[in-house]
Design a protein around this ligand. Structure first.
Ligand SMILES: [Zn+2]
Length: 255
C-alpha cells in the first residue's frame, strides 16, 4: 500500500521516537485541510523488516552485525474538525552504538490533495465533475500512477470544452473551436493541446515507444490544466466579485 520513498532523517537518539501512548496526533487533515490535534482511536507497532517500513538504514548495523530497520508506528486517528478517519504511519529506529536515531516524515492516508487547496480557490466557480477529475488526478499522481492522472486530466479538459459550448466531436477540434470563437485565448488553446497530447499518448501508446510519457510530462499537464481552469472558471468569478466590491465602495469604474 505505502511507498516509503522518503529520505531518512538522522536525529539525536530517542528524540523523535513516536509515543504509542500519545492521545493526540498533530497533523493537517487530508480531507478538510485543517491543522488539528487528531484524536488517536487505534494504534499498533510493527517491527521493521525488508517487508515493512522504509527498509534498512544504509551503513548502520547492530552490534551483532544485523541491519537496523525502522519500526513502523501505525495510528488510526479522527480529525477533530471534520471527524474523518485517517491513517498515520510513522517510522523510527535507532543505532545505539553510535547514539543516533533515524526517522522519516510520517505518511498520511488518504493522501492529501493540494492541487485545488480549498481556501485559495473559488471552488464554487468550478463545476463538480471538473473538480473531481482534478482531485482524482492529484491522488493518482501522489500514488505513483501518472498514466491514470493523464487520462483524468484529458477527461477534465473534455468536460470543460463541452461546458463552454464546444459542439465539435473530437477534443482537438473542440479546443480549436473555442479559440476561434474567442472563448479561450491562443495561449490557453496551446496549454490545452499539450495536455491533450499527453492524455492521447497514454490512452493510445505507440507500440514502438510505449513509455514516451513520463511523470514530469504529466505533472506539467496538470499544471497546464490548472491554469486553464483558473482562466476559464476562477478568474471570471473573481472578477465579478471584484467589480461588486468596487461598486459597493462607490468606485467609479469609468475613471
Ligand atoms: Zn478533517
Amino acid at each position: 500500500m505505502a511507498r516509503w520513498r522518503r529520505p531518512l532523517i538522522k536525529v539525536p537518539l530517542g528524540t523523535q521516537k513516536p509515543r504509542l501512548e500519545a492521545p493526540k496526533f498533530q497533523l493537517t487533515c487530508s480531507i478538510c485541510n485543517a491543522d488539528v490535534d487528531a484524536t488517536v482511536v487505534g494504534k499498533c507497532l510493527t517491527g521493521g523488516s525488508e517487508l515493512v517500513g522504509p527498509g534498512a538504514v544504509p551503513g548502520a548495523t547492530r552490534a551483532d552485525g544485523a541491519p537496523i530497520f525502522l519500526d513502523v508506528y501505525s495510528y488510526l486517528v479522527r480529525c477533530t474538525r471534520c471527524h474523518s478517519g485517517l491513517l498515520v504511519l510513522a517510522a523510527y529506529g535507532d543505532d545505539q552504538a553510535n547514539r543516533v536515531g533515524y526517522t522519516v516524515e510520517p505518511m498520511l492516508f488518504p493522501l492529501p490533495t493540494t492541487a485545488f487547496a480549498t481556501s485559495q480557490l473559488a471552488r464554487d466557480a468550478i463545476p463538480d465533475p471538473v473538480l473531481e477529475n482534478m482531485r482524482q488526478a492529484e491522488l493518482a499522481l501522489a500514488a505513483g500512477a501518472p498514466y491514470g492522472a493523464a487520462l483524468l486530466l484529458r477527461r477534465a479538459l473534455q468536460y470543460i470544452c463541452r461546458d463552454k459550448g464546444a459542439t465539435k466531436h473530437g477534443l482537438a477540434d473542440q479546443i480549436a473551436e473555442l479559440a476561434a470563437t474567442n472563448v479561450i485565448t491562443p495561449h490557453l488553446a496551446g496549454l490545452a493541446s499539450r495536455t491533450k497530447i499527453v492524455g492521447d499518448l497514454v490512452a493510445h501508446p505507440d507500440p514502438k515507444n510505449p513509455f514516451a510519457i513520463d511523470d514530469e510530462d504529466v505533472v506539467r499537464a496538470r499544471r497546464y490544466t490548472e491554469q486553464f481552469i483558473r482562466a476559464v472558471y476562477i478568474e471570471p468569478a473573481e472578477l465579478i466579485d471584484f467589480e461588486a466590491s468596487l461598486q459597493s465602495r462607490g468606485v467609479n469604474r469609468k475613471r
